[in-house]
Ligand binder design. Structure first.
Ligand code: ZN
Length: 298
């Protein structure tokens, strides 16, 4: 088979160049490697005022700040991955939530990924977490974490655990009040736009919530998310280049839950899920403002 190296025709070269730029999602910066490799190689935040730039699934973070690895009511897990950077609004959110969850007897919160030092695409399953406004928080915690911060080795080693009893299709008894209490505190923070949880968790919240149900609107059922919840803040006022999402719909969303449990909708859910997976694999574009962050000293 003739290779491009043998047939150096200009149109083929131009096409290959255009394709590689397309694949990398770049607008002019010549860099090698996958988007995750490019952004994952950066170990320091960029200079400049904190700004969330672009889309949650195609953006970056200027002037990222590091969440202290522990504080009242929370501990950062897997700190060696350097994914504890965010916009200051996100750091403030985590710190307040940790303190409030602790005061409510639900602590401590084990904090998973925020963003990389300059945001961008990370390796692994995430499509989002790119602009410093997303955070994963574990539902589960080991009892040892209640006595104080876990040693670093433990934090690197532990993995999040599901809090669902699969056979019964419900939240395990031990975690019910932590899950419900923490999610209500989360969704009532006005900066929070969406909270992704497993559909079984949303269903239980729908069933047990009395009185004011408005906060349930922010809680969105999504695939996975039985071992952690994913919090997404709205674009902060200081970040004009942050791309907002559509606002969540009216109502508590409990009436839309049946699709997730309907046996007849299973094929549709599968298709939907593979569409999402393709997006996770292919979602690589970032806006031109992010190129400047890649060019700054690292
Ligand atoms: Zn997440």
């Amino acid at each position: 088979m003739p290779s491009l190296a043998v047939h150096r025709r200009p149109p083929a070269r131009a096409l290959a160049m255009a394709l590689s730029l397309l694949v990398l999602g770049l607008s002019g910066v010549a860099l090698a490697g996958s988007p995750a490799a490019i952004w994952g190689a950066i170990k320091t935040p960029s200079p400049g005022a904190p700004r969330a730039i672009g889309d949650y699934s195609g953006g970056c973070l200027q002037g990222g700040q590091a969440l202290p690895l522990e504080g009242p009511g929370y501990q950062v897990m897997h700190p060696g991955r350097l994914r504890y950077y965010g916009h200051p609004a996100l750091l403030d959110f985590v710190q307040r939530l940790g303190a409030a969850a602790d005061a409510g007897g639900h602590g401590p919160l084990l904090v998973g990924d925020l963003a990389q030092p300059r945001g961008g695409r990370a390796s692994g399953g995430h499509a989002s977490h790119q602009s410093g406004l997303d955070v994963d928080i574990w539902f589960w915690h080991p009892r040892a974490a209640e006595k104080g911060p876990l040693p670093t080795g433990e934090r690197e080693r532990l993995k999040a655990r599901s809090i669902l009893n699969g056979r019964k299709g419900e939240i395990r008894e031990r975690w019910k009040s932590k899950v419900a209490g923490t999610l209500e505190l989360t969704a009532r923070d006005r900066r929070v736009e969406r909270v992704f949880v497993h559909p079984i968790i949303k269903r239980e919240l729908c069933e047990r919530t009395q009185g004011d149900r408005a906060w349930l609107r922010q809680i969105r059922p999504w695939y996975g998310h039985d071992d952690h919840f994913h919090v997404r803040l709205a674009c902060p006022a200081d970040s004009p280049d942050c791309t907002p999402q559509d606002p969540v719909g009216e109502g508590d969303g409990c009436d839309e839950l049946s699709w997730w449990f309907d046996a007849e909708a299973q094929a549709e859910r599968k298709r939907e899920r593979s569409r999402y997976r393709r997006k996770v694999v292919g979602g690589a574009r970032w806006p031109a403002q992010c190129d400047a962050l890649l060019e700054q000293p690292k």
